[in-house]
Write a protein that binds this ligand. Sequence first.
Ligand code: FAD
Length: 394
Amino acid sequence: MIKDKEYQVAIVGGGMVGATIACLLAEQEVQVALIDAGDPMASWPKKTYDLRVSALTLASINLFKSLGVWGSIEALGEQAVQKMFVWDHFGSGELDIDSADAGEMQMGSVVENRITVLALWEKLQQIKSCDVFTSVQLEGFEAGDDGVTISLSGGTTIAAALLVGADGSNSKIRQISSIDDYGWDYKQKALVATVRPEKPHQNTAWQRFLPEGPLALLPLRDGLISIVWTSTTETTEANLKLDETSFCDALAEASEQQLGNFKLLGARGAFPLKLQFSPEYTQQRMVLIGDAIHTIHPLAGQGANLGLKDAIALAEVVLQAHEKGRDIASQQVLRRYERQRKGDNLLMMGLMDGFKRLFGADDMLVQFARSSGMGVVNSSTLIKNQICKYAMGL
Ligand SMILES: Cc1cc2nc3c(=O)[nH]c(=O)nc-3n(C[C@H](O)[C@H](O)[C@H](O)COP(=O)(O)OP(=O)(O)OC[C@H]3O[C@@H](n4cnc5c(N)ncnc54)[C@H](O)[C@@H]3O)c2cc1C
């Protein structure tokens, strides 16, 4: 088969995770191809906000600083999170955490996904050893002893030593490889929207645990709030259909008017929620990363942060092999990445699933214990500082 071009690493999926590993590798002069079905560099209308936002931990911010893209993200717009306020619909359980108490200026930042991705892609365009392919889909691939041949839409074929699947939770690469995925559907949907609150957000991430799921009010640039409101599929569908005034009234009630009333900006969206993981991260000359191997409940905003840790770990083992002149795609190299990341990924999945069940329980005894437990935690500076450090990803 005639190959149009040869690379050391071909990365399919240029979301936050794929674009990050592309930067990490290409900066060290590894020949990289980054391929995405969309066009992350397409401009968007002014005064609009992306419905997909991520609360990035300090650890993720530090990664973007080391890649030299944090300045662009700041220029495009981000919002520092300094405090967290969590409260329960049942009883008086609440938790307020201030990063200053842990000696830090902020816990993290809330950034629209398209901003992070754009900053990374702009950086990649300046790196000689990286070629970017936009609006192109992976259609298939064949791995052999010497390399992998990747067929793209439009008839292009490229060759690489290693194929990285960063193509998200419905990963085609995972499916073609017949790698199983396990998990369950939460039968919940997260409603996302951008709203202007009546009261200032105080650089605080607000989260109220409601009987059907958590309502998160994340501080966004320009004094706005990005909401992630998890409910049953039926309730979310009903909330999506409400007219603007009724929706804002329902939101004010659900958040106990902590930020007063709201004005809705733009459209609302919804994402079905599932827990999904793959036990196998790699096969011959192919490795999976980010949401392609783990999709978790967004209640603590950790999915992208976990994927970024995958990117760091994979880049590290590949670069080590590259420096030593060894095969960067050998199973010995790729299994080291799998061993490094599997434990952490499974732990976070378990934690998020446990929180979801704990806060979703309607048993009175569990609700009482939960509410009292939050009170105990809230009175302990030591435990709160630990939670804060955890939220920072440190
Ligand atoms: C409501 C909600 C709120 C969230 N909040 C947070 C948060 O606060 N903090 C946090 O850390 N995480 C959060 N997450 C999780 C986070 O959004 C994901 O973990 C993260 O976006 C995964 O990044 P990724 O790059 O692995 O995959 P994706 O972002 O899904 O990117 C995959 C890319 O692959 C491309 N692609 C797919 N198939 C192909 C193909 N065949 N050919 C070419 N390209 C292809 C797609 O175009 C896409 O660009 C949230 C998730 C949800 C649903």
